[in-house]
Write a protein that binds this ligand. Structure first.
Ligand code: TRP
Length: 328
């Protein structure tokens, strides 16, 4: 049996944080052994929220360094920029004929963004965001798409476009799979203030944060407001630090829960334990980051080599598309 194909991507908006790690990257790393994997740097997608392009390249390199340091292996899985594979723009044009404006206006992530970012004039590209994402996935015939929960509406649109193309142009011989999303248990890691971890909210722990930074960030994290003194009993179920323990320190979690409830364990010590655990996870990532930062040429070569490999697949798919559409 050939391995199933995975495709996923992220927008290069800067350094990655633990939320990105837990919600996606960690999962990608596990999956790369069992599936044929492709990881995309969605640099065109960034333009939907920021037209200035000065930082796109450096942010892409920064994100690639995070990916590599966390354990993605470029030998197993190409990691490439959307903007460098011309077939993305070509298939985007074709797919834009296969979905209605009304369907894209119903996309819940568009509605969220309009609300959160106070966008008054929606640009055409913004409306088409999920169409470009469908291209990202289908150009490589991704069957499984490991993403955060928030991306599921885009996977649904991808399935609809695949179905439409297949039924319109491929009578008995569908060329596109209908991909499925793969969601992790910790799809949404709360940030240091208890809200969703997000750079714009300033509540993140970065993969590139050193041990002292992590310690001091955790020191300020919110815990149970009723646990004022060290020996007050606490309520782990409403405590952010406990959520982190569950994720990063599962073996000690039952004991911590007991000791918090009984009041034996104070928040200061509990936070220290937690930052030590997080630091032990980040330590090897930081080491590798140091290596890649001082070997930037290697990073750039990984990108160029990956892009060559991605281009081969993209070219094959577009040939099939043209054949099915009887173009050329
Ligand atoms: N929209 C995704 C996000 O914001 C990024 C993305 C772009 C993506 N293209 C993709 C994710 C293809 C999965 C597959 O997180």
């Amino acid at each position: 049996m050939p391995k199933k194909r995975i495709l996923s991507g992220m927008r290069p908006t800067g350094k990655l944080h633990l939320g990105n790690y837990v919600g996606a990257l960690e999962n990608w790393i596990k999956l790369q052994d069992d599936y044929e994997s492709y990881f995309l740097i969605a640099d065109y997608h960034v333009l939907t929220t920021d037209l200035s392009t000065e930082k796109i390249y450096s942010n892409s390199i920064e994100m690639l360094i995070d990916w590599l340091s966390a354990g993605l292996d470029p030998v197993k899985a190409p990691m490439f920029r959307q903007s460098q594979i011309k077939q993305h723009t070509e298939l985007f044009l074709i797919f834009s004929m296969l979905i209605t404006k009304a369907r894209l206006e119903r996309n819940p992530t568009l509605k969220e963004q309009v609300r959160d970012l106070n966008i008054e004039n929606i640009i055409y590209g913004h409306l088409g965001y999920p169409v470009l994402q469908a291209v990202d996935i289908l150009l490589y015939k991704g069957e499984l798409v490991p993403v955060g929960e928030d991306q599921l509406p885009h996977i649904e649109i991808t399935r609809e476009i695949a179905r439409k193309f297949n039924s319109q142009y491929c009578l008995n011989n569908p060329i596109f799979p209908e991909p499925e999303g793969l969601i992790t248990e910790f799809a949404r890691l709360p940030g240091l203030d208890g809200k969703r971890m997000s750079k714009s909210l300033g509540n993140t722990i970065y993969l590139s944060d050193g041990p002292d930074v992590v310690k001091s960030k955790l020191r300020k994290a919110v815990t149970d407001p009723l646990k004022v003194r060290k020996n007050d009993p606490g309520r782990p179920e409403i405590c952010l630090v406990f959520t982190y323990h569950k994720k990063f320190n599962p073996s000690e979690t039952p004991q911590i829960e007991k000791d918090c409830r009984s009041g034996v364990l104070g928040c200061v010590d509990c936070k220290l334990k937690c930052s030590e655990k997080i630091n032990s996870i980040l330590e090897p990532i930081l080491q590798k980051r140091k290596y890649y930062e001082s070997n930037l040429d290697e990073v750039k070569n990984i990108l160029l080599d990956s892009e060559k490999r991605a281009r081969v697949i993209a070219t094959e798919t577009m040939e099939e598309v043209h054949t099915q559409m009887k173009l050329g």
